[in-house]
Write a protein that binds this ligand. Structure first.
Ligand code: SAM
Ligand code: SF4
Length: 375
């Protein structure tokens, strides 16, 4: 069982908060696509014949691809891998790309899950973030995708935005719930270096959301999604039962994955490599048969810390049986001993062989996780 991630490094316009690798120079896309098709062939043995359970087109903006290009990529993958008949195949989309004809073509393709970046249902906020779509457009495209037959749709929202009131955030969550989507990813805004937002913050033109407002917004999110039947299965992710993102869940469970395209990461349980975050250098390297990338061997301590970091952010928590099997008895005992104090403080619980954070624990998850790290 393994996953494939494909990074599509193009956006029609840059959003003011985002530092994901992408370029607005779409003219280079044909060269990139040639390289991507070649990289699939070059990396055919990386997953050692494991069957593919998830494929995720992320970005950048994968919906800049037309439906034939999406199909050609999946077709090339299927030449070298066995794609499970129940595979989850996700395409990240921007609302402004989802015209009725494109939605119809995607519905007829192998894509069976859409992740739509809505960010906000408030036009003023959308403008402040430099998004290309309106709230009305976002509502219409989600409905259009549902009518076309998509029954596994996720939407992205951002909270903790400068000047965001609890009332506006509550309205955003309500609109998301009214849409009857299966999955919501809600991220707290982070000020990433080099973005317009972080420059504005430095110049004093933006006021960061204070901790109390952030906590209130997170609390509201948990209350409203919980009442609507969503499981809070990872810090930023909410799904109706059985409809978690399998692709992301597999990252957290340390399942092997192959990442293709510039800036994409790959992981095979013993090492990790990442492609250069530069479209031309990526394309030149692949076409010359010498991928431009860096590789890191993962030692046991790193793998242990990565496991804690990802699993404690999920509703499943740390599996003591997995710890025992992968890291041995003494390490597991040490973990249980350090974890005990959070159970005593009501910030964590142990259920069977799983150790997880409570709602109170989630509020300070970063602190708890770094405290549990092995150095
Ligand atoms: C890689 S982006 C791609 C999505 C797609 N291109 C779009 O814009 O809708 C995935 C998601 O990460 C979130 N995101 C990106 N930068 C962020 C930031 N600085 N703070 C919070 N969320 C962010 C947004 O919600 C975005 O939809
Ligand atoms: S949020 Fe999406 S569209 Fe905006 S810059 Fe980031 S990847 Fe591109």
């Amino acid at each position: 069982m393994a996953g494939i991630y494909i990074h599509i490094p193009y956006c029609r316009q840059r959003c003011y908060y985002c530092d994901f690798h992408s370029s607005t120079f779409l003219k280079n896309m044909p060269d990139f696509l040639d390289a991507l098709i070649k990289e699939i062939e070059l990396e055919k043995d990386y997953l050692a014949g494991e069957s593919i359970q998830t494929i995720y087109f992320g970005g950048g903006t994968p919906s800049v691809l037309n439906a034939e290009e999406v199909d050609a990529i999946i077709q090339q993958i299927s030449l070298y891998h066995e794609i499970s008949s129940s595979a989850e195949i996700t395409l990240e989309c921007n609302p402004d790309d989802l015209n009725p004809e494109y939605i119809r073509q995607l519905a007829a393709s192998k894509i069976n899950r859409l992740s739509i970046g809505i960010q906000s249902f408030d036009d003023r906020q959308l403008k402040a973030m430099n998004r290309r779509h309106s709230a009305e457009q976002a509502l219409a495209v989600v409905k259009g995708c549902q009518l076309a037959g998509f029954d596994n749709i996720s939407i992205d929202l951002i909270y903790g935005l400068p000047g965001m009131s609890l009332k506006v955030w509550q309205q955003n969550i309500q609109k998301a719930l009214d849409l009857k989507v299966q999955h919501i990813s809600a991220y707290h805004l982070t000020y990433e270096k080099g973005t317009v937002f972080s420059h504005q913050l430095k110049k004093g033109n933006l006021r960061e959301c204070d901790e109390e407002s952030s906590n209130q917004q997170f609390d509201k999110l948990l209350d409203m999604t919980g009442s609507a039947g969503f499981e809070h299965y990872e810090i930023s992710n909410f799904a109706l039962p059985g409809l978690h993102s399998q692709h992301n869940s597999n990252y957290w469970k340390q399942v092997k994955y192959l990442g293709l395209g510039p800036a994409a990461h790959s992981f095979n349980q013993t090492s990790r490599h990442w492609n250069v975050s530069h479209n031309n250098k990526y394309t030149d390297g692949i076409m010359a048969g010498k991928p431009n990338r860096e590789i890191e061997t993962i030692d046991k301590t790193t793998r242990y810390n990565e496991y804690l970091m990802t699993s404690l952010r999920t509703m499943w928590g740390v599996d003591l049986e997995y710890l025992m099997q992968e890291f041995g008895g003494p390490q597991t005992t040490l973990f249980e001993k350090s974890f005990r104090k959070y159970i005593d403080q009501g910030k964590a619980i142990k259920e069977g062989h799983f150790c997880k954070l409570t709602r109170d624990g989630f509020f300070i998850s970063d602190k708890i996780i770094s405290d549990l790290f092995e150095s």
